[in-house]
Design a protein around this ligand. Structure first.
Ligand SMILES: Nc1ncnc2c1ncn2[C@@H]1O[C@H](COP(=O)(O)OP(=O)(O)OP(=O)(O)O)[C@@H](O)[C@H]1O
Ligand SMILES: [Mg+2]
Length: 261
């Protein structure tokens, strides 16, 4: 099962990615979580201890590896390099395991509209495609807004794209844009998650404003989320209400995906 998480900046993508990853891992699933944020923070949200975080480093910053695999130094433009470097060993070699979640930091992926063709983008693009082809039990991609990482060739492998929103018009606007981009590349398996909701009114606001995407569930606004971050522990452990909501969502998503297949 491949799940991509997107949405406007700051809405709670990473928080949801961490909650779902841990929920599936605790349910006995084998989980690979890929952090595609230019400044990775999924490890923090998952409560990875410092010694394990020290072992993580974004693939996009592994200059030697990128040069070895593509045949060109990162940062170079033009010249020859392979556009489909070998990446099959990377998830196992560079992911770090904690409490059933294998975490891989991808780093910055500048493969979108800018049309960047460089060794590091070739590496990341190939790696993304590889992750989607791999037979992982559960893959969770923490993306940023947009669907740049997903090419037409790979969308068939995405079982669910979750768009996170908070009770604001702007985040709903971004959701509508993401939906449109997704449809352009043929990705239709979309779900909405409303985060940071404080009351029924906000839930109604989100339900009324969704760009016609089925709602998977809601996560309440809870100050303990920030406290977990300050304490360096997993939201999943520190905020029982969110853990419970995430468990329900994880199961519902599983069933809904199975029903569609
Ligand atoms: N349910 C919640 N209740 C309260 N605060 C929350 C909740 N979910 C997330 N936050 C807070 O909102 C901020 C953004 O959350 P998070 O990092 O998960 O969002 P994001 O969408 O991944 O952000 P970015 O776009 O920067 O990657 C964080 O400070 C987090 O602690
Ligand atoms: Mg994030």
């Amino acid at each position: 099962m491949k799940i991509a998480i997107s949405g406007k900046g700051g809405v709670g993508k990473t928080t949801l990615a961490a909650l779902l990853a841990q929920a599936y891992a605790d349910a006995g699933r084998n989980v690979l979580a890929a952090d595609a944020d230019p400044s990775p923070c999924l490890a923090g949200a998952l409560g990875f201890p410092a010694e394990l975080r020290a072992k993580l480093s974004p693939i996009s910053e592994m200059d030697e590896l990128i040069e070895e695999r593509t045949g060109a130094k990162p940062g170079t433009r033009g010249g020859f390099f392979t556009i489909n470097p070998r990446v099959d060993d990377i998830p196992d070699r560079f992911s770090v395991l904690y409490r059933g979640v294998h975490l891989l930091e991808m780093g910055s992926v500048d493969i979108g509209g800018s049309g960047c063709i460089c060794p590091e983008s070739a590496m990341l693009k190939t790696l993304f495609t590889h992750l989607l082809f791999r037979k992982d039990d559960v893959l969770i991609l923490d993306m940023y807004a947009g669907v740049e990482h997903l090419g037409r060739a790979t969308v068939d492998f995405v079982d669910a794209m979750i768009i996170v929103v908070e009770p604001t018009r702007r985040s709903l606007g971004t959701a509508a844009q993401i939906k449109e981009l997704a449809q352009h590349i043929g990705l239709t398996r979309l779900w909405l998650v409303g985060n940071k909701v404080r009351n029924e009114d906000e839930i109604s606001f989100l339900k009324a404003g969704t760009p016609d995407i089925p709602v998977l569930g809601f996560l309440e606004a809870n100050l303990l989320v920030q406290e977990a971050d300050r304490l360096g522990i997993a939201v999943y452990d520190h905020v029982p209400a969110l853990r419970q909501s995430a468990e329900v969502m994880a199961e519902a998503l599983d069933q809904q995906i199975a029903a569609r297949n």
